[in-house]
Write a protein of this length. Structure first.
Length: 313
């Protein structure tokens, strides 16, 4: 009776195994297929070293692949740790021995705690928290500010809960530049996605307006004035871009000497120059003579020559 029962149980086990093999339910083969699917997503290796941001990025990348594969929790640990290399792989071997001695069932979440304790220590996390609390837009665009805000917000768990949506909006709004804050602040938007979108639109509109007025001012400044000639004195007597040498005689082009009699200088200033040199100018008639002691011109032809010079111009 006992022998018959044992034979029946053995036959049942063989039937079950045959059924499983027919379905292809081989645990080892399933593991290989899972690994192949995982590797097709081309996850990065992690080699260790002090690279806090790289460590966080690696975990995020691996978990994105897990979500895409709809990977079961019990399979995540084997797949994730397969990507550890060099120093990181040696660290994990030692960590497994330590955890195994404590009789702990190791899960992916437990691995992450150990991993971040090693490669993203508390002091680095605290610096990220402080950086987040002090974060302001400054010279960043709203899009850049929002990306930085979300990145650092991950290290402040309080702001990552649905109940903290109001606090998260207040924190984001407080860091905006005054020119944007005063436009959207009165609306008291307390949906984070909406707040970011409105602030971004406000920022882009402000930049477009600023660029427009800069272009208009540039065109008006480049437009030459109707009475101004580049490189010469203007029609109103301006000097223009090139300096006019008023010290030269308009007739002979020479520089006059100083010390001429003041009475004769008054006549010469009519058309020759403000610093006369009649006695030196080769273009003035030789009949011009200096005034006598009484200050009267000694030759009538001198005065006539001056009048003629004035009329020529």
């Amino acid at each position: 009776m006992t022998s018959a029962r044992a034979n029946a149980q053995m036959a049942e086990s063989l039937a079950t195994l045959t059924h499983l093999l027919a379905r292809g339910d081989d645990p080892a083969r399933d593991g290989e297929k899972r690994l192949d699917r995982f590797l097709k997503h081309k996850p990065s290796f992690f080699v260790g070293g002090f690279n806090p941001d790289g460590a966080v990025k690696w975990v995020e990348e691996v978990e994105i692949i897990f979500d895409a594969m709809e990977c079961a929790n019990e399979n995540k640990l084997a797949l994730g740790t397969y990507m550890l290399r060099e120093e990181a792989n040696q660290w994990w071997k030692n960590a497994k021995l330590r955890l195994g001695d404590r009789g702990v069932v190791i899960t992916w979440e437990m691995f992450k705690r150990e991993f971040f304790n090693k490669y993203f220590p508390a002091d680095v996390k605290n610096k990220k928290v402080v950086e987040f609390m002090r974060l302001e837009q400054g010279n960043m665009s709203v899009a850049e500010y929002a990306a930085k805000f979300e990145s650092l917000c991950a290290f402040s768990p309080h702001y990552n809960t649905p109940e903290a949506e109001n606090d998260k909006c207040v924190k984001f709004e407080s860091g905006l530049r005054p020119d944007i804050k005063h436009i959207i602040g009165f609306a008291e938007i307390r949906n984070f996605t909406t707040l970011v979108a409105k602030a971004r639109i406000c920022d882009e509109d402000g930049k477009a307006k600023s660029n427009y007025f800069k272009a208009v001012r540039g065109k008006s400044q480049d437009r030459a004035k109707p009475y101004e000639v580049k490189g010469k004195g203007s029609a109103r007597g301006g000097m223009g871009k090139e300096k006019v040498d008023s010290d030269k005689c308009y007739r002979c082009g020479k520089n006059p000497s100083f010390g001429m009699d003041s009475t004769l200088a008054k006549f010469e200033a009519v058309r020759i120059t403000s610093k006369p040199h009649t006695t030196e100018c080769t273009s003035v008639s030789s009949t011009i003579t200096k005034p006598n002691s009484s200050g009267v011109l000694s030759s009538f032809s001198t005065f006539s020559s001056l009048l003629a010079a004035s009329s020529l111009s």
